[in-house]
Design a protein around this ligand. Structure first.
Ligand code: GLN
Ligand code: ZN
Length: 767
């Protein structure tokens, strides 16, 4: 075998593409397979069809180079673990498909691997477990198979792999290993497996490979930067390999850029929407894959800005390729299908298809821009606009229309906490008012969404069902959920959220300033998708949103029923947001709308109000230097939303997979009376953190992992609760599942909650 001489990188590409299917075909096929209705062969056929459609579409749009291996049956991080045989022993005694889905979702008696957010996105990946003895080897051929598959369709592709450094940095140490061990320690043992893969791809005639290293845009230690050098010097030194594109994205690689530039990799991918034009590295010998079209928003790219960034990079690099800032995994497929959207708004928007077209157009504009670029002659060819002066701002492009003045006063902690006493005072008032038992059992809000409800909502939308008919269905569901909770013995009930399609979209539909899409689905994890609303204007609440449902639920029982709202940070984090105002101002507008709703709920007699902020951690900037400022305004926004409540009203919040250990001080500063966190799947990780000892308010231990169909035993639940009781006094511990029950079946929920109540009652005897 001889070294592959790199052919030049084509002029345009994207770093990745959505894979769930324009009509969520993959979701349907997965769910059918899991339920036993569909076969593995049917699932494979759906996958093959989706891959083919994507490659054909990218070709038809004129894109220079298409990626492959961006498809996944569940998650690309899990795929990487499987590819290199990093499969924990406990999953191995089953077929490859069963092992794969057991790691992703759990299986009879076997808990899944942990799942957490992919950087600052709302995509979740499966966290691989790496131990001192994980025996890495090239154990699969998925990247090769996709290359061959595309080739059979006449398409030459660039396989996309998760890079070794990011793969190990995202992994967790296998349980029971020596303390002080970090998965990155295993880099020297993992690299040979990557080498075998690169050799196999070279033998297949693959010209370029993309290695994703988004971990480079967060703060990295000297040791980690040394790992980057080691990895890419070593992979670069292989005699038989494809040319290497190492893609950083979601921010600026900072010090990792010179480290990377100092290795033999042929191309480097830079996110020029969030990052800056690099000044700190010599790129004269490299191809730069310049991400100027955002993969994180739904707005059209401003060609003048993008072009000026491209021209600036062209001066510093051997070659410039036009690309997206990151994979298009995080945006929906096609805005043209959104025929219900106001056409003026739709014209400002771009989904994946439109973004690919933008990349192609920009590549043509760049090719037509004379080099050297300065000064650009006003009579430049093809009438292309001369570049407007830089700087390319980091993610806050000025709008083409005049900027509306911010309608939010820029004071800090405005009006917040004005009515609320310190926690101890409130806790006493609430104890007196609510009279709850020790270790109160509650849930996070939603109960299973039945097919009947989903159909009713569709029928309402299509005009086949009138408002009254829909309303009575929702009421019947609320009544059933209340009765069920009373029967199971829960202490604080919920109405079950049957009226909500989604915790963010529902509020977006009832607030001014938002639009919602019909087909704008984005993968969240596995088969789960969300349809982020479009926050495009000033946000206002024209009228109460949840009050009538809460009032009705409260009328059915003597036990307290929690009101259920979504917090301002989460509403914004899970929407596509206008980019003409600072994010903080947008969040404050939403906070004021939530505040109105809190007041109205309280006036309606609701004694406990939960304001969920599962996305608090998600918007945390990846670089530490920017985190405090963010947390300060995020906390302000939460208080702004909740501080109108009186002392007797108990405010709860819920944080999902928030990795709350990293932001525990901010969680504390939210000043909610009770905070519920995930602790089942991470084995109560948060509760082991020393920081939680300083946590001074109520804490709801998420003892039932609702992301898995598995029903936990009462004994396991008790174990998690004991962990909580070791670090917190019993009168501040709450008992709950780790998230809403919406995605589970009633059968699973009844069985699980029965065990939850049993565990709580059993422990109550001791306290
Ligand atoms: N209250 C919401 C529910 O139960 C919370 C969901 C979430 O945290 N993602 O569905
Ligand atoms: Zn949750």
């Amino acid at each position: 075998m001889t070294a592959v001489r790199p052919s030049p990188f084509p002029a345009s590409t994207v770093l990745g593409y959505p894979r769930i299917g324009p009509h969520r075909e993959l979701k349907r096929a997965l769910e059918s397979y899991w339920s036993g209705h569909g076969t593995w062969e049917e699932l494979e056929a759906t996958g093959a069809r989706l891959r083919e459609e994507t490659w054909r579409r990218l070709g038809a749009l004129g894109l220079g180079a298409a990626p492959s291996n961006t498809f996944s049956y569940y998650d690309h991080v899990l795929d990487t673990a499987v590819l290199f045989d990093a499969v924990p022993e406990r999953y191995r005694d089953r077929s490859p498909e069963d092992a794969y889905f057991a790691m992703a979702r759990g299986a009879d008696g076997l808990a899944p691997l942990r799942m957490t957010k992919w950087f600052d996105t709302n995509y979740h990946y499966i966290v691989p477990e790496i131990g001192i003895d994980t025996a890495f080897r090239l154990a699969g051929d998925k990247p090769l198979a996709e290359v061959r598959e595309a080739r059979a369709l006449g398409v030459d592709t660039r396989p996309v792999l998760l890079g070794p450094v990011t793969f190990l940095l995202l992994s967790q140490p296998a349980p029971g290993g020596p303390s002080g061990f970090a998965p990155l320690d295993r880099l020297p043992d993992l690299l040979p497996a990557y080498e075998r893969l690169l050799e196999a791809l070279a033998a297949e005639g693959v010209g370029w490979v993309q290695l994703d290293e988004p971990a480079l845009v967060a703060d990295r230690t000297e040791e980690e930067l040394a790992a980057v050098r080691t990895a890419y010097r070593r992979l670069g030194a292989l005699t038989s390999r494809p040319a290497l594109l190492v893609a950083s994205y979601f921010g600026d690689p900072g010090d990792a850029l010179p480290a990377l530039a100092d290795t033999p990799v042929e191309a480097i991918g830079l996110d020029l929407v969030r990052g800056r034009i690099p000044e700190n590295a010599d790129l004269s010998g490299k191809t730069v894959v310049a991400g100027v079209v955002s993969g994180r928003d739904v707005w059209r790219t401003r060609p003048d800005r993008a072009l000026s960034a491209l021209l600036a990079v062209r001066e510093r690099a051997a070659r410039v390729v036009v690309s997206t800032s990151c994979s298009l995994l995080h945006v929906p497929y096609d805005v043209e299908r959104e025929t219900d959207l106001d056409p003026a708004l739709r014209h400002r928007m771009a989904f994946a298809e439109q973004k690919v077209a933008e990349v192609v157009e920009l590549a043509a504009l760049l090719a037509a821009s004379p080099a050297p670029p300065r000064p650009v002659s006003p009579a430049s060819r093809r009438g292309s606009e001369p570049p407007t002066p830089p700087p390319l701002s980091g993610g806050e492009p000025a709008p083409s229309s005049p900027v509306p003045p911010s309608s939010v006063p820029a004071t800090s902690v405005p009006a917040s906490r004005e009515g609320r006493s310190p926690y101890a005072v409130r806790a006493a008032a609430q104890a007196e008012h609510l009279r709850l038992p020790v270790l109160p059992v509650t849930t996070i809000g939603s109960f299973p969404q039945t097919g009947e409800l989903r159909e009713a909502r569709a029928a309402l939308g299509a005009g086949r069902l009138d408002e009254d008919g829909y309303e009575s269905l929702v009421r019947a569901e609320i009544a059933r959920v209340i009765a069920l909770q009373e029967r199971l013995g829960l202490d604080v009930l919920v109405h079950g959220e049957p009226e909500r399609n989604d915790m963010v979209q529902y509020f977006a539909e009832h607030l001014d300033g938002f639009a919602v899409t019909r087909h704008g689905w984005v993968q969240s994890y596995g088969s789960r998708c969300t349809r982020p609303p479009i926050l495009h204007g000033d946000v206002r609440r024209p009228e109460p949103i949840t009050v009538r449902w809460s009032r009705y639920a409260g009328s059915l029982t003597d036990r307290p029923v929690k009101g259920m709202l979504t917090g301002p940070v989460t509403i914004v984090a899970w929407s596509f947001v206008r980019d003409d105002l600072p994010l903080r101002d947008v969040v404050f507008q939403v906070a004021d709308a939530v505040r109105d709703e809190v007041r109205d709920l309280e006036d309606a007699g609701v004694a406990i109000i939960q304001v969920d902020e599962p996305a608090l951690r998600e918007l945390l900037p990846l670089r530490r230097a920017s985190q405090d400022a963010y947390l300060a305004w995020a906390v302000d926004a939460y208080r702004r939303a909740t501080s109108g409540a009186g002392d007797r009203t108990q405010i709860h919040t819920h944080l999902c997979y928030s990795d709350a250990d990293q932001i525990i001080a901010a969680v504390d500063a939210l000043d909610a009376d009770v905070t519920s966190v995930e602790s089942a799947r991470s084995h109560a990780r948060l509760l082991r953190e020393p920081a939680v000892g300083g946590f001074e308010r109520g804490l709801g231990a998420g003892v039932y992992d609702i992301h898995s169909p598995r029903v936990p035993e009462a004994a396991e639940i008790e174990e998690s609760l004991r962990a909580a009781l070791r670090v917190l006094p019993a009168d501040r511990v709450w008992v709950n599942p780790d998230c809403g029950l919406k995605t589970r079946t009633y059968g699973e929920v009844e069985a699980a909650l029965t065990n939850v109540v049993k565990a709580a009652h059993h422990l109550r005897g001791d306290h």
